[in-house]
Design a protein around this ligand. Sequence first.
Ligand SMILES: [Zn+2]
Length: 213
Amino acid sequence: MPNSIARFLMGLMGRSWVYESVEDIREVIAKNHANSQAKRARTHTEGAARLTDAPAFQPGLIDLHDELHETWSYLVGLADRATELGHETLGSTLAVAATTTRHTLGHVATAAEATVPAPESPVAKHDPDRASSGHGHQPLRAPARLAEPSRRTEPRPLQAYELASWMCPDLDCGLTAMKGTHHWDDRGPYQKLSNHSLECPNGHRWNNSTDGG
Ligand SMILES: [Zn+2]
């Protein structure tokens, strides 16, 4: 259990010490950072140096995902409560922290999946939206794709002006696509599909397939 959570729970039993000024808070945060930064950087650089292949990354990433999940739940609880109490700035800032943690969760899950040495692994996408619907979220597996006989063009990277018209479908995100590709799928006469694969700056990926004439 992270220290901050233990302190929070202790705080429920009696009012704990609070700082009275923003300067004091900045100072203590800077001091904590200075005290632990060098040691943590060394610990994790050395730890990472012992990893010799992709599967070795996996247990750590799965644990990290679990810890981040707790952090995310903690932030959601705090955000809801702050809003309930009418502290709007506090609540909305905490909600943003919860959302970015949820994005981090998605990236860590995707990274964990990328440790599997798969022969042509299907793109098992972690859907951050699932993670938001309650605490019991499951790792997602992509269904195996059926091989389809089709002629497709080589994916072409999209230009900035083309990316500008694509918005991330994640409701908490909504950023404009940062990169993407386009290709045509030719499945016979009158069955030409226009396919876009897109990614936003938060790492969400999505596809769009439409009849292209
Ligand atoms: Zn996004």
